[in-house]
Design a protein around this ligand. Structure first.
Ligand code: ACO
Length: 403
């Protein structure tokens, strides 16, 4: 291995322009993109060491306490707090082709994973909006923001209902989350009455706020990378949702609930931790690429879990989760690696208490994250960009002739 010394100027953010490396004849091999920024973004700020998350500069704790999901969506999209509820009116008033969405959703067999349906649904919606191919048209993107959010509510809810094998319902209510709960129809336990549904709707709104954006995670990176080929926003959403689906990313909320169910009782927690430490299994809902401290969203979610369980009744899985957390936060394996609960550790318990099946959890995440994906898409399209096309380090055979 040869050593080469190069000199590179860094800017005030500690970043240098990657093309300078190329000009000096070297490449950075960085499969997980640990030290490769692919965007200059003004949307969300994270300080992973300190456990800080801000939307457009506002601390997530304040945002989660004081703002509804669509107010947050407007803030993330437009950059400033909005004085009116124009986005809410536009989303609630958007024309959504329910029948077209239903045709796609119903083409999947009952029990199909709702994330697979969601991904296909985004593609189908793209086919009905060819005008979205005019990707550089800022006015078009602005008009589509509420339309996509309204369509995603309908699509996500219908996908969840299809998986559960029940009829979806009519979106109805004064917030996006309450409308979503209603649109899920029989997939959400409505037997507890309107008051309980109100609490669930409020809890879901906070969960949506916490999931609305998270800078360049795997899903958002996919959104931007696909968008950089000047692909329309719906097709880009397919890729973003597919990246989110994986259990190392947004699929972790479903994996956490399955893990807690598999552990089954407090007596088995210590054994599970031992298996984690032997690298036999993962402690889902723990660890994060950026946070080396408690994920601030997990702290807020704990409060949401308490509120929801006060109405829905205790869930024995919560005690297992708490015991896992207690042991992990004291254990050298987790402490030395700075592994803390992430957003997915407790969110599943809240979703389950609201009445959603585990397979629905990642859809709930995706519905909220559609806001962030669209904001990043808009930010990308508003600036100068080139197609995202990484380099490779070729390790294959040299040139040879066929026999
Ligand atoms: N359980 C057990 N060990 C873990 C975990 C975990 N959840 N997370 C990380 N580690 C270990 C790794 O095995 C590694 O150990 P080693 O040094 O002995 O090899 C060390 O901690 C460092 O971890 P990395 O793999 O380098 O962390 P990375 O940043 O690449 O991965 C990730 C982050 C994917 C989130 C990882 O922590 C993980 O798999 N967590 C479980 C899945 C999960 O909860 N994902 C949701 C994340 S939040 C979100 O996307 C919404």
């Amino acid at each position: 291995m040869a050593r080469k010394t190069i000199e590179i100027e860094v800017d005030e953010h500690g970043a240098f322009n990657g093309s300078e490396l190329k000009a000096q004849g070297v490449l950075s091999y960085d499969q997980p993109l640990l030290a490769t920024a692919t965007a200059r973004s003004a949307i969300t700020y994270i300080d992973g060491e300190a456990g800080i998350l801000r939307y457009r500069g506002y601390p997530i704790e304040q945002v989660a306490e004081q703002m509804h999901f669509l107010q947050v969506a407007a803030l993330l999209h437009d950059g400033e707090l909005q004085k009116d509820d124009a986005l809410r009116d536009a989303v609630f008033g958007a024309e959504v082709d329910r029948d077209r969405i239903a045709a796609v959703v119903q083409s999947f067999p009952e029990g199909s994973h709702p994330m697979a349906i969601l991904i296909a649904g985004f593609a189908a919606l793209g086919a009905s909006h060819p005008e979205a191919k005019d990707v550089k048209n800022g006015e078009m993107r602005k008009q589509f923001f509420p339309i996509v959010l309204a369509e995603t509510l309908e699509l996500g809810a219908q996908a969840i209902a299809r998986h559960a094998g029940v009829k979806s319902g009519q979106a109805d209510g004064d917030t996006y989350a309450r409308r979503f709960v209603r649109a899920c129809g029989g997939a959400v336990d409505t037997s507890r009455g309107d008051e309980a549904l109100d609490v669930f709707g409020k809890a879901l709104d906070v969960l949506f706020v916490l999931h609305a954006d998270h800078e360049l995670n795997a899903g958002t990176n996919a959104m931007r990378a696909i968008g950089s080929a000047e692909t329309d926003m719906y097709s880009s959403l397919c890729g973003a949702a597919a990246a989110l689906y994986g259990p190392l990313h947004g699929g972790a909320n479903e994996a956490v609930l399955r893990m807690l169910t598999e552990i089954g009782s407090l007596d088995n927690v210590a054994d599970y931790i031992e298996r984690v430490k032997k690298h036999e299994v993962l402690l889902y809902g723990f660890g994060h690429r950026v946070y080396k401290n408690y994920d601030p969203r997990a702290t807020v979610i704990k409060g949401v879990v308490d509120e929801v369980l006060a109405v829905a009744g205790e869930n024995p899985l919560l005690a297992i989760a708490q015991e896992l957390e207690r042991i992990a936060l004291e254990d050298e394996y987790f402490v030395s690696r700075k592994l803390y609960p992430n957003v997915d550790f407790y969110s599943g318990i809240a979703y389950r208490a609201i009445g959603f099946e585990p397979a629905a959890f990642t859809v709930l995440f995706a519905v909220a994250r559609t806001v962030g994906w669209l904001c990043h898409y808009d930010e990308l399209m508003s600036g100068d960009f080139k197609i995202t096309r990484p380099a490779q380090v070729y390790i294959g055979s040299g040139a040879r002739d066929l026999p």
